[in-house]
Design a protein around this ligand. Structure first.
Ligand code: FES
Ligand code: FES
Length: 214
């Protein structure tokens, strides 16, 4: 939005995450093996995964088994992945636009922090809590940030909206009372081609004001 680094209001930026996420595939949390409690880290002794494997991800509070290859991104796994029985995962809330860590439409929360799902390998999400827009609220029970977006008419085509909503939810969780500047910075990794920025900023400020966003 303003050219600043995308962040979560706590000094963590999604571009920082991209640098850290460039790790090798870790398989200690694959189905049938012990869960990884720590963030994935490159290890010389880590087994190399060369084909499709069934990974168990924690998405929106549920265990999700999905068949992935080492190159499969988290976004691919969520949107186009399949369970071992062939059923589609079909979590399409995170959108694919640039597919290269530039637009924020694919934003999900990774242990509560906004990240670009197109730039995280699915295997690097093992042992971490992933929240997609589907996990925040639904049509019958909107998340306060979603409610504020509706009240402030903060969308046009809506394609960027899930990414903004997830980024805003992550921001307010980390910083329930952000200043306008902190909101701008927190949403700095998300782009809206329709140009609804002022209404988005108003909506997030409103969610923060009511204290319901966190
Ligand atoms: S689709 Fe992931 S940042 Fe654009
Ligand atoms: S509302 Fe259309 S891209 Fe943001």
């Amino acid at each position: 939005m303003d050219g600043s680094e995308p962040g979560d209001g706590q000094g963590f930026s999604r571009r920082d995450f991209l640098r850290g996420a460039a790790t090798g595939a870790v398989v200690s949390s694959l189905v049938g093996q012990a869960s990884a409690a720590d963030p994935p880290a490159p290890s010389a002794s880590a087994p190399i995964v060369s084909g499709a494997v069934t990974a168990q991800l924690m998405v929106n509070g549920h265990r999700l088994q999905v068949v992935v290859e080492p190159r499969t991104t988290l976004l691919d796994a969520l949107r186009d992945g399949k369970a071992p029985d062939g059923k589609p995962i079909d979590l399409t809330g995170a959108k694919r636009v640039c597919d290269r860590g530039a637009c924020g439409s694919c934003t999900v929360l990774f242990d509560g922090k906004p990240v670009y799902a197109c730039s995280v390998l699915a295997l690097d999400a093992l042992g971490h809590a992933i929240t997609t827009v589907e996990g925040l609220g639904d049509v019958d029970r909107l998340h306060p940030v979603q409610e504020a977006f509706v009240q402030h008419d903060a969308l046009m085509c809506g394609f960027c909206t899930p990414g903004f909503v997830v980024a805003a939810a992550g921001l307010l969780k980390a910083n329930p009372h952000p200043s306008p500047e902190e909101i701008r910075r927190g949403l700095g990794g998300n782009l809206c081609r329709c140009g609804t920025y002022s209404r988005i900023l108003e909506a997030v400020a409103e969610a923060a004001r009511t204290g319901k966003g966190a």
